[in-house]
Design a protein around this ligand. Sequence first.
Ligand code: 0X9
Ligand code: ZN
Length: 796
Amino acid sequence: MKHTTLVPCGWQRWSLSVALLAASGAAFSDAAASQPQPDAAAAAAQLANDAPRRFDGYKAVRVRFATTREYLAAMTLAETTWSCEARGDLVDLVVGPDNFAALRELGLEHAVLVEDVQALIDAERAQIEQANALRGAGYFDTFRTYDEVNTRIDTLLHDHAGVVEHMPVGTSRFDRAIRGFGVSSPDSPGNPRGQRVQVLFNGTQHAREWISPMTVMFIADRLLTDYASGDPRVVALLDRAEVIFVPIVNPDGYVFSWTNNRMWRKTRTNNGNGTFGVDPNRNWGYEWGGEGSSGSGSSETYRGPAPFSEPETAALRDFIIARPRIAAHIDFHSYGQLILSPWGYTSALPPEPAQSVFVRLNGDMAREIRAESGMTYVGGPSYTTIYPAAGTVPDWVFGDQSRLSWTIELRDTGANGFVLTADQIEPTGREAYRAILTLVDYLALPLRFTFPDGLPTTLEQGQTTDVLVVIDSHTRSVNPSTAVLLSRVSPASPLVETPLAPLGADRFLATLPAGSCGDAVQYAFRAQNDAGEWSAFPIDATGTLLSAEVVATLLSMRDPCEVDLGWTVGAPTDTATTGIWELAVPQQTAAQPGQDVSPDGTRCWITGAAAGSGVGSFDVDGGATTLTSYAFSALDPGGAPVQSAVLSYYLWYSNDRGSSPGQDPFYVYISNDDGQTWMPLQIIPGNGSTNAWVRFDFELVGLIEPTDFMRVRFVADDAGPGSIVEAAVDELTLVVRGCPPVPCAADFDGENGVEVNDIFAFLAGWFAGEPGAYDFGGTPGVPAIFAFLSAWFAGC
Ligand code: 0X9
Ligand code: ZN
């Protein structure tokens, strides 16, 4: 992505402010208020005088611009940017009712992310009240105020005494406590707490990003519950590391976002010129004042009059300086689903070996998140992955303090932006927890084991299986000659040690042994670092073992979607008027692919292959269009029970273009009775656009009884004229796996097991001199009769 058209965030706000001030005299409702400070009473008075800000009829709009002129034209119509985010040629703006018409007249490609920002805020408030009225609502069932977060910290300190330790950070401009706490195994003489490596997670530099304090608290909560339940991995981590949490760095701003302006981002400092607030994430003193920060007090990215002018950033700075054992840090924000490593102030990359460490951990954390929830988080250096910004915390933590540091932008990608629904708190927390665990593994364990290509849970019978293993850690490297696989083909046999094959640096190849159908191969890994300390995966390598079931491929089917093998287009309930499924070569638009995925063809099933004159020309309009497969078998032709039947396809789905995106889910159904009844296999929500070919795999066993009359059905549905719906399907495959029945020699006629008819059938064959009878057991003639009879008496 080139940055020629990308205008730095600070300048965007500056030009916006000038335009707004020229047009209306004021940008925000507090622009005229002014008090001396720091003065808590004056602040309280100001808050009281400030009527809560409303956003009735305001839309959040994602605009694509081609030139700086177009960009500026759109910006002058915006009330504020959402997250000051101009990524590449896209920017998310909040536009008032009057200016929306003017924005449309500009003729820029745009998508409405949120129809009515106030409606979203009202719904959020209603949900909070509802949850609070409900007895027994969980802490993570709704968003929590500053006071509620503090109360929760007190509860954790009380309930986990000795594990949770209070670590006050300081106070805000208006005297609110910035609270922190550390989580680690209790101090002990043999393992003093004061010698463990530390890692710091903070949230809420930006007030409106309400998912960030919840996520920080969720991570703390999970660590504590997993520790209390004796989870070996978490116990091993907390024995070696102290994890420090500062959920709310900017309490004044956070409180203000609850009481006065849901879209407040900055601190609440009175800038003295009628403007309020400094962006704490432009206030850090490393390359302070550079690109992507503003010198204007009205800007959302105002850097403040000097580095660390804000008591909040100064307090966190001193907190970090005072703790040299903090080896890594993550600053949680929203939104965008990004894992951002330094630098933010320059497009240059950090020096080696740090840059390689960042690349590796960006990938590891993104992979863990995908494994947890399927969500995509994009990793990379801040400057090029999101936008230039100088004075951010990771640049100072890494640049000034030489500790690893990241910004993580949590969910979502814009459908709700800062006003995420409360049901996202837990899944966002879970995926973040997975991400930080691998980081803490890296910092704290003698060695960390990761598997870039995943770990197998099934193995093909009679074949060995290679697994890529990476063994690393922050401070130590692996002693390659000690890296081993421990494995056994049956739980009864002893574990066998096999050396891992070195692939260079910290990469190895493990070869899992070949098993027979029905075996469960159990395995683990172990290695020593260059200081002679052992690490294993799983952590207690002989107690908990990984396991993979050995199966045989019984049947595999592939439909490359090049010729129609008998699909049906249409269903009685279909009402779509355009964008009907067809087997064709796709023509690229902003919403549909320009190519199929098959390596050996050009066609795919698609909802209207033609591009037409605009993105909305041949998309699905007017309701649903249904594509149903022919009947296929998911049974073993030889009659073996099916242990696994994986149905896979590549899917392209787009519902985030057009003026009302995210409205239309996409459905996939499966039938095992030739299409008489259907059950849902996959639902892609309206905000789940892939805009890329993505492969999906579904294990049918456990979901639906496999039969020889399976069908799969894809339904693209369009709710309204403003939403663009495009879908495409390619490369349908089915792999059926299980264990073929062991042939039973004594069941000579192959019917009804071993019974007397088998003797008659055998003798008839023997007298006729048939091979398999006359030479039964390998020795022709009379010995064959004895061989057969002994097999018959032994049974099967
Ligand atoms: O602009 C920010 O401070 C962060 N984004 S947000 O939407 N949460 O405000 C991103 C900071 C990432 N760092 C740099 N771009 N340097
Ligand atoms: Zn932020």
